[in-house]
Design a protein around this ligand. Structure first.
Ligand SMILES: [Ca+2]
Ligand SMILES: [Ca+2]
Length: 411
């Protein structure tokens, strides 16, 4: 295979279940990373490919400037994590000579599954427009000073600031039902652009775009469902599938490790060890120990700057059971004034907290209505009436048991 150059195209043909599809995909060759004198250098402008514009980087952004009239499009040279997409545009007020910016996200495994949002610019106002619904956003292209417009997508909703519009249909009119793969491809079109029209891109998926010649940003991890929290002992917990993506690095590796409260690797309910496991699948684990389970993901760039980022969350298994207090002898329920009375011998026990760590308090609520803490086990009665003795046992989780003995004291 000859060496590829920027601007070359590679054609991929693909098979589905062993059947060659007629469709072929042409993918441009992007050489964004070079090694010079043993040092790797990155050129972020290479990720914007298409015609009719120039992409120029400075210390804060990549500027996209139309070099001709028309609908000026670029595609981003890497697929992006679909779960939490965002792009930060920065306006160039005197050069916003276009009708709007259309942002299209396409499922990387299904090119028909495409949705878009438009930042429409009409009569000095900017609107977020999705599936024909348009809502004005504050700031925007008509601002006197340059403004940042952060467009976000997650959970079938496009959003700019506090303006949110759900995606109902795909570009082909079919009802949209989320992206099937974890990655999307990005395309941005400045429609009706005049030559010299310009806008800047400051970030994509929180990765900053500028003239840095190194990739300083670690891959991001996206967990495809709610995660963590507190559970009762014995419950089954489903680890949602998780995905990693790096805006610059073409390949990212993601591994999963799950530790029980003792720091040991957990096995799922099918006996599979969750050690360096593939997190793109769901796993079920049984929460059999009290304490904190740690779910740890590590995402690493492959053949790139090899930046790596751990991401973790905890599953807390609570002890919801209070200690037990057991009398080892039968309490005496009657006594005489001036007589001495002793608490029966008792033992405390808890399902989790060790006995010597269970807090035990002893109190008496006297016939005169006073609450007295008992240091020992015995008490002398000063007058007649009802005395309520209480033993209170509290485990380390704060679960409390109270045992009461009411003693009737007579003259
Ligand atoms: Ca990176
Ligand atoms: Ca307990």
């Amino acid at each position: 295979m000859r060496e590829r150059k920027d601007g070359d195209f590679v054609t991929f043909a693909y098979e589905v279940d062993g059947v060659r599809r007629a469709e072929e995909i042409k993918v441009p060759v992007i050489i964004s990373k070079r090694t010079k004198n043993g040092r790797k250098t990155l050129d972020m402008t290479k990720y914007f490919y298409g015609t009719g514009f120039t992409a120029t980087a400075n210390s804060t952004e990549v500027g996209i400037e139309a070099t001709e009239n028309g609908d000026i499009s670029w595609k981003f040279g890497n697929s992006l994590l679909a779960g939490m997409f965002s792009i930060d545009f920065h306006t160039v007020p005197d050069k916003s000579n276009f009708d709007g910016l259309q942002v299209t996200l396409t499922d990387s495994s299904d090119r028909t599954n495409s949705v878009s949002a438009t930042l429409a610019y009409r009569k000095g106002k900017t609107y977020l427009s999705v599936n024909g619904t348009a809502i004005e956003i504050s700031g925007g292209f008509g601002s006197f000073t340059a403004a940042t417009i952060k467009l976000e997508y997650s959970d079938k909703i496009f959003k700019v600031g506090n303006v949110e519009i759900p995606v109902v249909t795909r570009e082909d009119g079919v009802k949209f039902d989320a992206f099937k793969s974890d990655k999307v491809n990005l395309e941005v079109t400045a429609s009706g652009a005049k030559k010299g029209a310009k806008y800047d891109v400051r970030a994509i998926n929180l990765h900053k775009f500028n003239n840095n010649d190194s990739d300083y940003t670690e891959p991001a991890v996206f967990v495809s469902g709610s995660y963590g929290g507190s559970y009762d002992l014995g419950k089954t917990y489903i680890l949602p599938a998780a995905f990693a993506g790096d805006v610059m690095s073409p390949e990212t590796e993601l591994i999963l490790n799950v530790y029980d409260p003792n720091g040991k690797i957990v096995r799922d309910i099918n006996g599979r060890k969750l050690e360096n496991a593939d997190p793109t699948k769901e796993y079920e684990i049984s929460l059999d120990s009290y304490g904190q389970y740690r779910v740890e993901y590590t995402a690493t760039e492959i053949n790139w700057w090899n930046r790596s980022k751990p991401f973790q969350y905890m599953i807390t298994v609570y002890d919801g059971n209070a200690p037990e207090i057991t009398f080892d002898e039968t309490p005496k329920y009657t006594a005489k004034v001036g007589g001495t009375w002793s608490l029966p011998k008792f033992t405390v026990k808890d399902n989790v907290t060790e006995t010597d760590k269970i807090a035990v308090g002893k109190y008496v609520y006297t016939a005169e209505g006073k609450l007295i803490k008992l240091d020992g086990n015995s008490f002398r009665f000063g007058e007649s009436g009802k005395y309520k003795f209480r033993i209170i046992a509290t485990d380390e989780q704060g679960n409390t048991t109270v045992k009461e003995i009411v003693v009737t004291v007579t003259d």
